[in-house]
Design a binder for this molecule. Structure first.
Ligand SMILES: *Cc1c(COP(=O)(O)O)cnc(C)c1O
Length: 549
């Protein structure tokens, strides 16, 4: 014990020295100087703390942005970069959405309203006819998941029946209110939700994901977390980064395994911190089509008391039904411990028209954070379940009608056909010299790359053959999402034939440089200054609304 006493004595002496030193330093100052100095120092420390730890961008992300901003503000280089950018932007804008010869933009309201017949004729002859890609015939990867005369006719009739319905006024439109509640309940049921499982419909997968992120942000705020952080694998859909941007949250990505394209669980575990407000597993991931480790991520969530969102936008209407049909796939739903919410797109493999998706929660405690309530608005007490205010009942009705018409047997049939078609295409793609498939796809998507040539050239070659593929980056690839249209007899074989022919042609000169849009993609992927790429893409969005061709 003597040692302890000695140490105490020594530290006392030390403290004494410190006191003496501080007093000496302060002795020449007035009291108000000391108070003001302390106050300013506290402010400065608070500011520094805020900047270092409570900003929604990490210090590294901000340093990178700052560096490139400095480069671009340099007098000569900066101006040159800007000139090049503007030139490229202008040429993108000009070529992106060309009108057929003889077409002009109509930019004025007609002085006198047209007859119904005239409007319909105009829409059919001059607008619908502009479509050049045979998407009904299966030339489109993903995008549209269902069509067919019988179904489309029912959709038009149901839409017509409920065309006036506005679900901002559910008391006026009890029928479509009941339909939405039923759609949510039916989905909770096939996702093995318990009696407390609940949810809402939204306009699409993006809105579903935004809502989950918002709900978890509110939960984190309640726990006193100032900068809630979304922790995802880089394979997560862009909607999570969008949510972070919209809702001022932190967004942290961990890599996926280069071979399997599955989440690197160790990296994920390491990044969990006291700000982490949600974890995500995609089922399957959009870029690679692999079902991520829902069970492991669920366990992590449970251990650290962090909500786990399963993004089943793509697979939500396939995986549960494929399992039911006997296919060997993992559970991705509320049956898995730790899963607290699921997003599923009715307008993808739910086979409904665009504009409907679901966000479901394990219990209403989570959902509460999604709701918006304003008790003080002079327009009245206002409440909305998701982003929208007025909402079309007709869209909800078409979703409900689709689910009733397709039924469990229909979804099982579609799920099995889609997965088998993807397996068939995948098997043959792996046999084409020069091509490879990323990871081990589980469901509907496969992502094709090449070790021999610039894969974006294949994308362009397929475009020239009338196909429309997705492009992925890091690593570069072209991505194919099998839909109901591709399950029709012969469609997969036509695709494989074109794929073989295009690849063989490219393999004659594998080292040739990409041209056109393929070259733009390649260049964009390699640019370290992402703000420049961002400008190009703004050019694309601006071109979308261009009416001056
Ligand atoms: C399609 C998709 C989304 C986004 O859905 P949208 O309907 O396009 O808004 C999100 N996540 C995954 C995995 C998807 O496939």
């Amino acid at each position: 014990m003597d040692v302890v006493e000695d140490l105490k004595e020594i530290s006392k002496l030390y403290l004494n020295d410190v006191y003496v030193l501080i007093n000496q330093q302060c002795s020449g100052h007035k009291a108000w100087e000391l108070i003001l100095g302390t106050f300013l120092a506290t402010l400065a420390l608070g500011w520094l703390w805020q900047e270092l730890f409570l900003h929604e961008l990490s210090l590294f992300q901000r340093s990178k942005l700052f560096f490139f901003r400095v480069v671009r503000s340099l007098p000569v280089i900066g101006r040159k970069i800007q000139e090049e950018l503007d030139k490229t932007k202008a040429s993108i804008a000009k070529d992106l959405f060309p009108l057929p010869p003889g077409y002009v933009y109509n930019t004025h309201l007609p002085d006198k309203g047209m007859t119904y017949e005239a409007v319909f004729d105009l829409a059919q002859s001059k607008y619908k006819s502009m479509e050049k890609i045979d998407w009904q015939g299966g030339r489109l990867s993903g995008g549209v998941y269902n069509c067919g005369e019988g179904h489309d006719k029912l959709m038009a009739k149901i839409y017509g029946l409920f065309v006036g319905d506005n679900l901002l006024y559910p008391d006026v439109f009890p029928g479509t209110r009941k339909m939405e509640a039923e759609v949510v309940a039916m989905c909770c049921d096939f996702f093995h939700g318990g009696p407390d499982t609940c949810g809402t419909m939204t306009s699409g997968g993006t809105e579903s994901i935004l809502m989950a992120c918002k709900a978890y942000r509110e939960r984190a705020y309640k726990q006193g977390i100032k900068t809630p952080e979304i922790l995802v694998a880089c394979s997560a859909h862009a909607a999570f980064a969008k949510a972070a941007k919209y809702f001022k949250m932190r967004y942290t990505e961990v890599p996926v395994d280069p071979q399997t394209k599955l989440v690197n669980l160790r990296a994920l575990r390491k990044k969990i911190n006291k700000n982490t407000c949600m974890l995500v597993a995609s089922a399957p991931s959009f870029p690679y089509g692999v079902i991520e480790q829902v069970e492991d991520i669920g366990q992590l969530g449970k251990r650290f008391n962090i909500p786990v969102h399963v993004d089943a936008c793509m697979g939500g209407f396939i995986i549960p039904f494929a399992k039911r049909a006997g296919l060997d796939l993992p559970s991705i739903d509320f049956a898995v411990e730790g899963v607290t919410s699921i997003s599923a797109d009715a307008h993808k493999y739910g086979l409904a028209p665009k504009g409907s998706s679901l966000i479901l929660y394990k219990n209403s405690k989570y959902r509460m954070g999604q709701f918006y309530v304003n008790t003080d608005w002079c327009g009245g007490i206002y409440a909305s379940p998701a982003v929208g205010g007025s909402r079309s009942g007709a869209i909800i009705a078409t979703c409900w009608a689709t689910m009733m018409a397709v039924g469990t047997d229909g979804y099982m049939d579609n799920a099995v056909k889609v997965i088998q078609t993807r397996e068939y295409i995948e098997k043959h793609v792996r046999d084409i010299p020069g091509l490879c498939v990323y990871g081990k796809p589980d469901v509907n998507i496969l992502s094709i790359g090449s070790q021999c040539f610039d894969i974006y050239r294949l994308g362009s070659a397929l475009t020239a053959q009338g196909w429309h593929m997705f492009t992925v980056q890091y690593p570069s690839g072209v991505n194919f999402a099998v839909t109901k249209m591709h399950t029709a007899p012969g469609v997969a074989d036509i695709f494989l034939k074109d794929l073989r022919d295009c690849t063989a042609e490219i393999m004659k000169d594998p080292k040739a440089k990409a041209e056109g849009i393929a070259a733009v993609y390649g260049m964009a992927e390699g640019l370290p200054d992402r703000s420049m790429v961002e400008e190009f893409v703004h050019g694309y969005l601006e071109a979308y609304y261009n009416t001056t061709n």
